[in-house]
Design a protein around this ligand. Structure first.
Ligand code: ADP
Ligand code: ZN
Length: 631
């Protein structure tokens, strides 16, 4: 929708300032009423209410919530409830339009100013600011510090200033942006106005830096858990990329997902194979021209293709809430990267799956890339981060716990019920002790002078030249595990390393038996080895398990896609997946019932309610041919 079109609509459905929130109501009540009326949501996510109350009380704040934690609402709801207009500073130009579209779809007057606007469009926005029509104004950091902008906004009735992606202000963060540095000057320019900073990732140091740089006054600091309970993590050794990836895809037919690879060539290869096999996938990496990248990203955001195969270049600046799976076909470079990339799944709060397939090759690749591309001063830290990621991969600790510990939390729950470890997606090897001893004595007979790859070759009875060169085909341990697949034997060595029975030393990761390993060999210590279950035999994850009719859900999704195309907005701006799922489950037959559905506020009811009611009615009236073939 063009700016002038929406400004017309704005007048059509003009919402008087602070419409839903009479000033006489307690702030918490007003916030809750606005949440329901505009967004159709019934409850706050953790810390949202606290964050919003600080905004209502005009106290500076710093809010740290994970991706999908619902940071945007923390400033959007108070903006609606307070008099005047909130200014939101955001570095992601591509997101601004989507955010404004989404707010307008909820009936909230909002606009953005950035370099993509023509002078005419900018004048139009200025006019709206002057006449006090807007509740939110999104603006890029480099623009807000310009003197003319500051003077202009000083004359407007600014309710508060929110800084999105606030870690960009800090050198210590992972995404420093010079244009953020000047934001500190705003404090003096807007003396009576509260500032609220938001970020997903912030260490103690970055937090302090944000408060200092922004000159926050006695800020309330709210830090949410990094944990995302709706994500199920799985970590597995990679032995057959395509088959393993396909195993995950089979659980998510027709759903949206991202597959990350390290290199551009892996992206191109995998994307090619997937398309050959009938999946709707597009590649995304820095080697593609910007137009192609934009088209592929848009096709994904608009649900026109299901899968994006990408390097880490993909993700910043997409806000798609219904990503149902993230696959790392190769290991990410750090736990931070893993958390951030897999965090792009399940922003809508529904279940989503994050699978990581790793191999030692990935570690070598990253080491190489770090050597090649990083300043010497950064290398040590990068290598440490890489080692921490590898340790999680080969370890058997709950994945949620691993992530939380890494970020300094002390989780109390033992079983998360949402990771490969806690779900026990492995079988115990019946003769674990015996198998472990075979491996350990294999290591011993090789003189404790070889790495895992060679050890596997010998144990599996390989006739490779390297095995013969060392005369290892004559060892009694040669071929002692010949019936086991390579990745399984490799996985057992991982377990022995992670349980401290073997250690890897030196540049080549030479395997050595530790004192604990000797205890196992002597039968003084018990050990249980695990064997991964085959990829495909697991219950499907995702929507259908919740009971909504998948057929109806698909119909509603098509309707949503059509409406989104007609209006030139991403589908989730119309309704999120949670809403469609509830519609498919509840099948409301009246406007009142529809308003009770999650994610349907008054404005969306007015705009789309009858279309969706009609679709549900039609679907109910026509017998479902698929059902005849089932049962
Ligand atoms: P973040 O910016 O922290 O990554 P968003 O603000 O984009 O997260 O929110 C992620 C998704 O969760 C959005 O689709 C948003 O509408 C939804 N959401 C946020 N808060 C709530 C809530 N209280 N109830 C239901 N959905 C919510
Ligand atoms: Zn777990």
């Amino acid at each position: 929708m063009s700016l002038s079109e929406w400004s017309d609509r704005l007048f059509e459905h003009n919402v008087p300032a602070s419409a839903s929130c009479s000033r006489h109501r307690p702030p918490a009540v007003a916030l809750h009423a606005a949440l329901k009326q505009y967004w159709g949501y019934d409850s706050f996510r953790p810390l949202q209410k606290e964050a919003m109350l600080h905004a209502m009380q005009r106290r500076d704040s710093l809010v740290v919530l994970p991706t999908g934690g619902g940071k945007s609402l923390c400033y959007q709801v108070p903006a609606v409830c307070l008099d005047g207009m909130a200014v939101v500073i955001s570095p992601l130009i591509s997101l601004m339009k989507d955010q404004v579209d989404a707010l307008q779809a909820c009936g909230i007057p909002a606009a953005f100013v950035n370099s993509t606007l023509s002078p005419g469009q900018r004048r139009q926005v200025a006019q709206q600011v002057r006449s006090g029509q807007l509740k939110l104004l999104f603006i890029a950091p480099e623009r807000i510090v310009q003197e003319t902008t500051v003077r202009f906004l000083q004359r407007a009735n600014v309710s508060f200033i929110a800084i999105d992606e606030a870690h960009c202000i800090s050198h210590w963060g992972h995404d420093f942006r010079p244009e953020y540095r000047q934001l500190g000057t705003l404090r003096a320019a807007f003396p009576g106005v509260a500032f609220h900073a938001f970020t997903a990732t912030a260490t103690e140091r970055v937090r302090q830096d944000i408060c200092d740089q922004m000159k926050l006054t006695d800020p309330a600091v709210l830090v949410g858990s990094v944990d995302r309970p709706n994500l199920t993590y799985r970590v597995r050794r990679r032995h057959d990329t395509f088959r393993q990836v396909e195993g995950v895809l089979e659980r998510h037919r027709g759903e949206s997902g991202i597959i990350y690879c390290i290199s551009r060539s892996s992206v191109d290869d995998l994307s090619g194979v997937l398309n050959d096999r009938g999946y709707r996938a597009r590649p995304y990496h820095a080697g593609l021209d910007s137009d192609t990248r934009r088209r592929h990203q848009e096709a994904f955001v608009r649900d026109e293709v299901d899968i994006i195969v990408a390097t880490v270049a993909f993700g910043m600046g997409i806000d798609k809430s219904n990503v149902r799976f993230v696959i790392h076909a190769e290991m990410p470079r750090s736990i931070e990267a893993w958390q951030q990339e897999s965090g792009r799944a399940g922003r809508d709060g529904l279940e989503a799956e994050c699978c990581l397939f790793f191999s030692e090759r990935d570690v070598r690749t990253w080491e190489f890339l770090i050597e090649q591309s990083e300043a010497a001063s950064h290398r040590e830290a990068s290598l440490q981060a890489l080692a921490a990621m590898e340790a999680v991969c080969i370890g058997r600790q709950c994945r949620h716990v691993s992530i939380r510990r890494h970020f300094g939390e002390q989780p109390d729950k033992d079983n998360c019920g949402a990771c490969d470890v806690c779900l026990q997606e492995t079988d115990t090897v019946p003769d674990s002790q015996e198998t472990a001893c075979r491996i350990l004595s294999g290591v011993f007979r090789q003189g404790q002078n070889f790495g895992a790859a060679h050890t596997v070759l010998v144990l599996r009875g390989s006739r490779s030249r390297k095995v013969f060169a060392h005369g290892h085909e004559r060892l009694s341990t040669w071929g002692i595990l010949k019936d086991e697949p390579e990745h399984v034997v490799r996985g057992w060595i991982d377990q022995l390393v992670s349980e401290g029975c073997l250690e890897r030393v030196g540049e080549y990761g030479t395997l050595r038996i530790t004192p604990a390993g000797w205890q196992v060999l002597r039968g003084q210590r018990g050990i249980t080895l695990m064997r991964p279950r085959p990829e495909r035999h697991r219950a499907p994850a995702g929507l259908n398990r919740e009971g909504g009719d998948p057929e109806l859900f698909e119909r509603l999704r098509r309707l949503r896609r059509r409406l989104a195309r007609e209006r030139g907005v991403p589908p989730y701006v119309i309704f999120g997946d949670v809403t469609l799922k509830e519609l498919a489950l509840e099948q409301p037959d009246s406007q009142d019932r529809m308003l009770a559905i999650h994610g349907i506020g008054r404005k969306k009811m007015e705009q789309y309610g009858s279309l969706f009611l009609e679709a549900i009615r039609t679907w109910q009236a026509v017998p479902n041919p698929a059902e005849d073939h089932q049962s």
